[in-house]
Design a protein around this ligand. Sequence first.
Ligand SMILES: Cc1cc2nc3c(=O)[nH]c(=O)nc-3n(C[C@H](O)[C@H](O)[C@H](O)COP(=O)(O)OP(=O)(O)OC[C@H]3O[C@@H](n4cnc5c(N)ncnc54)[C@H](O)[C@@H]3O)c2cc1C
Length: 454
Amino acid sequence: MLEGLESFGGTWLMHKYPGVRSDSDLYTFGYRFKPWTSAPIASAGEILKYMGEVIDENDLARHIRYHHRISAAAWSSADNLWTLTATNSETGETSRFTCNFLWMCQGYYRHSEGYTPEWPGMDRFQGRIVHPQTWPDDLDLTGKKVICIGSGATTATVVPAIAGQCEHVTVLQRSPTYFWTGRNANELADTLRELEIDETWIHEIVRRKVLHDQQMVTQLAFDEPEMIKTELLNIVRSLLPEGYDVDKHFTPKYRPWQQRLAFVPDGDLFAGISAGKASMVTDEIDTFTETGIRTKSGEELEADVILTATGFNLSVLGDIEFTLDGTPLNLADTVTYRGMMFTGVPNLLWVFGYFRASWTLRADLISDLVCRLLHHMDELGAQRVTPALRSQDADMAIGPWMDPSNFNPNYLMRSMHLLPKAGNKPEWRHTQDYWYEKEALPAADLDDGCLVYE
Ligand SMILES: Cc1cc2nc3c(=O)[nH]c(=O)nc-3n(C[C@H](O)[C@H](O)[C@H](O)COP(=O)(O)OP(=O)(O)OC[C@H]3O[C@@H](n4cnc5c(N)ncnc54)[C@H](O)[C@@H]3O)c2cc1C
C-alpha cells in the first residue's frame, strides 16, 4: 500500500475544520467485520481511532508506505507489469515500484485544495478567505463576523460548530439543499446493547436494518418524490421559528436523492438559526467588496472571514499520469466494466463507491470481486486481464459515467468529461445501486466475455 500522506485516514486525516464528521452512519460506513460501538454519526477523530484499530488488529502497518506520492503509472505489455513512480514527500527521493495488478483506492477528490469559484472583487476583500478543506491552524473566529458560502454537508457541519464562537455566521447559498435530521443515536443498537447482545451481532443486525430502511427511503424518493419532499420540509419547518421562510431557504429545485442528502444530527444547524447565531441568505454573489459580499439583489453582507464551502475538485485516478506502452491513457476514451475497470486497460481496477449509500459498502463488494478475479487468473494461468466490449455490445448506447438525471452534484457535472463512459447494460455501468450490486457483483460471471485473459 502506497500512500502520499504521512499517516492513514485519507479524508479523515485531511479534513480539520471544526465539527468535521461523517454524514453516513458508521454501522454501514465502517467495515463489515469490525463492530462499531458508538453513536452512528462519528467525528473524524473517532473514525481515525477505529481505522487505527483495524490496522493494528490485522497487522497491516508493515504493508503500508506513507509519504509516497505517485505521479506516474506505466503499463508494459512486454512485461505485463505496471511501473509506478513515487516521490517521497519527506526526502524528495524518487523511487519505482512494479506490480502485476494495480488496485487504485484514490478516493474521488483532490485533497490538496478544494473547489473555489472565481468571483469578481475577491482580491478587494480585506478579510480572510478560507476553504474548509484546507483549514488553517491559526484561524481564530472568536467574535468574528463570518460568511459561509455554500449549502452542502460542509456548511451543515461547520456552521453549528462555529456559531457559538463567532459574532454571527451568515450562510450564503445560491440554492437550497435537502436536509434530514434526527437524534445521533440508533434505537435498535441501544436496545440490543441493553439486552447484552454481543457487539458482533449488534453490528450485523443494525447494519442490515439501516440498509433496509435506506432502501425503502431511496425507493420512495424515486416513486413518490413529492411525498418525501413534503416530509423532509415538514421536519425542517418544525425546527425553525414560526413563519420562517422555509420555501426560500430550504426548498431545493431538484428531487430528493438527485444529490446526497445532508444529515444534520440533533438538528444543530436549525438550533443555530433559531438562536439568532446563524442566518440564511439565498441569493447570488454580485461581487466581493472590501468588507464582505454584495449580492445580486443588492444586499451588503459584512464579514471578517469568508468560508468557501463550495465543494471538491474531482480527482480522477489520483491525478496520476497513466501510460499504456508509452501512450497516455485518456480515461474518457474508455468504457467502464461495472464501474471498476476500463476497456483496453489491463490489470487496473479502481474503487469508486456509492454516493447515496455509504461509499465503503462498495469498497467491500469490490474487494471480494478482486479476490475472486485474482484467483480466477491463477486458475487460468493468465498474466493479464483486460475489459473489452463484446460483439453483442457493438451497438450498445454509450453515455456519460453517471446519468445526470439520476445523480448530479456539481463536482461530478464539472468533471464528467474526464470520467470513463458507461454503456446501458449492467456489465458496462456503475449503477450507484448498492441493493442491486450486492447480489450482482458476487454473481458476476468472470467468463462472460467482457474480460479478456491472456
Ligand atoms: C467531510 C467529509 C465527510 C464525508 N462523510 C462521508 C460519509 O459519511 N459517508 C460516505 O459514504 N462518504 C463520506 N465522505 C466521502 C469520503 O471521501 C468517502 O466516503 C471515503 O472516505 C473515501 O475513502 P477513500 O479511501 O476511497 O478515499 P479518500 O479518503 O479520499 O482517501 C484516498 C487516499 O488516497 C491517497 N492518494 C490519492 N492519490 C494519491 C497519489 N497519487 N499518490 C499517493 N496517494 C494518493 C490520498 O492521500 C488519500 O489518503 C465524506 C467526505 C468528506 C470530505
